[in-house]
Design a protein around this ligand. Structure first.
Ligand code: SAH
Length: 347
């Protein structure tokens, strides 16, 4: 196993069989060795710098019905909200003053925000904050829509592929959603010129070691600038309410593998990781992550953007908790920087 870690660290790739074997037989005693190797790569490329992104959850209306997600359209108990342009610009102002130089607009797939509205929003944010990067995370869109967002000034796009296995994808999504369509959107985004992020949940229902290996190989092949992963956490009003959550250990293991597969990738230590363990965010950084995305949504809507139960939005998870987050990062030898935090090619 140790030899596999060394091979991965020096060649940045393993075969499918090696990955499956490594995941199936994960040896907790080797975790600290694996994490050290991953952190060494992060440090070589990014030094001690940790980038922050201000996450603005601007709508929880969604036309999709993903079985794992708390804001799926079938969840009639969800209290729905939309932010106005003015609300969103106020979030950016607060964020800019706190030191954020990247804003992430995330939402359900909400038809109210048609291309015209999204493009107007992008232009407004880029006019007021030209030195900031703008990331969209608004689901699958057509090539033309993505092109319009890019032309309006959006820089980056996050669209988790969720799982790289067709059959597994079908078990997590309703019939009308297709992995091929999601992947096509990722390829379109890349062709258009976005910095692109994909990713998956760790421990989602029906997931096997083979699926995880396929996820890693897909990511390696796709070469995204960013990868978002976090543990699956059940939401009480979804069909997966009684499914077990993904674990801290497996998520940290995956973060480290991704750092070694794609040395320069921007890798967030996500809210879901901070939700399943109070020290999750720090541990993610200590396994190779280099990005944190505090919540910059208006406090009164935060608990409505409930993708999963107990979703953390207080303390260091919140943009206002940035001072505490800075201290926590300093304690583990890292530093939060005021920077757009663009991708650095680590090869
Ligand atoms: N509508 C956008 C944004 C989705 S929310 C889109 O389709 O891309 C962002 C991510 O939250 C999803 O991609 C999914 O991976 C994650 N997520 C949703 N429900 C979750 C759950 N129950 N546990 C953990 N992560 C979840």
């Amino acid at each position: 196993m140790k030899a596999l870690i060394d091979k991965l660290a020096s060649e940045n790739i393993l075969t499918r069989d090696e990955l499956v074997m490594f995941i199936e037989n994960r040896d907790p005693d080797l975790d600290s060795y694996l994490f050290e190797r991953a952190v060494a790569v992060r440090r070589r490329i990014y030094g001690n710098d940790i980038y922050i992104r201000g996450l603005i959850e601007f709508t929880n209306y969604c036309k999709n019905d993903c079985l794992y997600c708390g804001i799926r359209r079938s969840n009639k108990s969800a209290a729905r909200y939309r932010l106005t342009d003015e609300d969103i610009l106020t979030c950016c102002k607060t964020g800019y003053e706190l030191g954020f130089r990247t804003f992430v607009l995330q939402g359900g797939d909400d038809a109210y925000y048609n291309d015209e509205r999204i493009c107007a929003m992008i232009r407004a944010i880029k006019t007021w904050y030209p030195d900031c990067a703008l990331t969209l995370s608004i689901g699958e869109k057509s090539y033309e829509s993505c092109r319009a967002y890019f032309n309006a000034g959006a820089d980056r796009y996050l669209l988790r592929h969720e799982t790289a296995d067709d059959i597994h994808y079908k078990k997590l999504h309703p019939d009308e959603m297709l992995l091929s369509a999601r992947k096509q959107c990722l390829y379109d985004l890349k062709a258009i010129g976005f910095q692109v992020g994909c990713g998956f949940m760790v421990g989602s229902p029906f997931q096997t070691a083979v699926h995880l290996a396929e996820d890693l190989l897909f990511i390696k092949d796709f070469e995204p600038e960013m990868v978002g992963i976090g543990p699956f956490i059940p939401h009480h009003d979804t069909p997966f309410a009684r499914e077990p959550a993904g674990t801290l250990e497996m998520t940290l293991f995956m973060l480290a593998l991704i750092r070694l597969l794609l040395p320069g990738v921007l890798l967030p230590s996500t809210t879901a990781l901070g939700t399943i363990d109070p020290a999750g965010r720090e541990l993610g950084i200590l396994a190779g992550a280099n990005v944190i995305m505090p919540n910059l949504s208006p406090p009164e809507v935060r608990e409505k953007y409930l993708l999963y139960d107990n979703k953390s939005c207080q303390g260091e998870e919140a943009a206002e908790g940035l001072e505490d987050l800075k201290k926590t990062m300093e304690e583990i030898g890292c530093e939060i920087v005021i920077d757009r935090g663009d991708y650095i090619d680590g090869s």
